[in-house]
Design a protein around this ligand. Structure first.
Ligand SMILES: Nc1nc2c(ncn2[C@@H]2O[C@H](COP(=O)(O)OP(=O)(O)OP(=O)(O)O)[C@@H](O)[C@H]2O)c(=O)[nH]1
Ligand SMILES: [Mg+2]
Length: 332
């Protein structure tokens, strides 16, 4: 199961109370104040972790709390700090304040951290209040409460390349060929229900992060099919690969298929429609596929990459071209 949104409440730990104590020991007359300070409360921290692929884990519980600080002890002992609560979230998680909706942080890289709620300070023990005039203070502070906060988490996948196209265009097959990812492949539409990311080796020295997305259909930008729910994941890809099935078994005429996906991207956002997008004829294996590809290329008026995942045709050329745009070596 995939989950790309959730709301959670977090509460940091309370600071421990400071202690009031006096030194009472044999041979130490009038030992003076001796109460230690309380430990600080633990923080609630979000960390971007590549082992998390969705917000399923984070959204399992509605509220997370960190540990309270321990009270100060005699002999000026400071209480233990409360334990932090660390919640791993997938890379690409955007954190928004629930009430006001503003973005607090975009956890876009592995290891990015955000202290969501800071633990309360521990109270000072009576030792801290001693001075020349007040040598035996009977006061200590109580620990401060920890911060509390309600946030909305939303995952927007961060991949360099996003695969778009009609269902059955061969997107998942392509990803499984060029990366170690193992997305489900089948000859029925909407096989892919959850976005999946794979890392493809390009040439000897470079890799590209590729996101396989559920197929788009007409009306996707208005929410038809799996629609808009996944288009947002495309937003963060630098380059799109638009796969069009040009084989005889394609459910739609390649030119019509290409146009309808372009329309959905434009309807969704003009900025997305302007993103570099390489046009790819997939399943290009037979004579008739070749003809269909030529027709598509003429109609689209842009270079067409012809690929076949089972035979490996055109895969490295396509990745190399995509890599050059992502790395800024070639303009689109
Ligand atoms: N002959 C041939 N068949 C292919 C090729 N690529 C994919 N297929 C087949 O086409 C069907 C659909 O492939 P998928 O990779 O699941 O297509 P998809 O675009 O991911 O589809 P959705 O997840 O439903 O959007 C499967 O039966 C694949 O085996 C190809 O290059 N050549
Ligand atoms: Mg698929």
């Amino acid at each position: 199961m995939f989950r790309d949104e959730c709301q959670i409440e977090v509460a940091a730990g309370k600071g421990g109370d400071g202690m009031i104590a006096f030194r009472r020991e044999a041979f130490v007359p009038r030992g003076g104040p001796w109460g230690g300070s309380g430990g600080d409360g633990g923080d609630v921290i979000l960390v971007a972790d590549s082992h998390e692929s969705s917000l399923l884990h984070a959204g399992r519980q509605p509220r997370y709390t960190a540990g309270n600080g321990q009270p100060g002890g005699p002999a000026n002992r400071t209480g233990h700090r409360g334990e932090d609560f660390i919640l791993p979230v997938p890379i690409g998680t955007q954190v928004r304040d629930k009430q006001r909706g503003h973005l607090l942080r975009d956890l876009a890289k592995e290891g990015d951290r955000l202290i969501l709620a800071k633990g309360g300070d521990g109270g000072r023990g009576n030792t801290h209040f001693a001075n020349a005039v007040r040598q035996a203070p009977r006061i200590a502070e109580t620990g401060r409460p920890g911060e509390e906060r309600a946030v909305h988490l939303e995952l927007k996948i961060v991949a360099e390349i996003g695969l778009v196209g009609l269902p059955n265009a061969g997107k998942s097959t392509f990803l499984s060929r060029v990366s170690a990812a193992t997305p489900k492949v089948a000859d029925y539409p909407f096989t892919t229900l959850d976005p999946q990311v794979g890392i493809a080796q390009v040439g000897d020295y470079d890799t590209l992060c590729i996101a396989d997305l559920p197929g788009l259909i007409e009306g996707a930008s208005e929410g038809v099919g799996l629609g808009i729910k996944f288009l947002k994941h495309v937003e963060r890809c630098q380059v799109l690969l638009h796969l069009v099935d040009v084989s005889e078994s394609a459910s739609e005429d390649p030119v019509a298929a290409w146009k309808s996906i372009r329309r959905e991207l434009e309807n969704y956002s003009s900025e997305l429609a302007a993103r570099p997008c390489l046009l790819v004829a997939s399943k290009c294996e037979t004579e008739s596929a070749e003809l269909a590809a030529q027709e598509l290329e003429d109609e689209a008026g842009q270079a067409l990459f012809r690929i076949s995942s089972p035979t490996g045709r055109g895969l490295s050329e396509l990745l190399t071209a995509a890599r050059k745009i992502v790395r800024g070596e070639e303009s689109y």
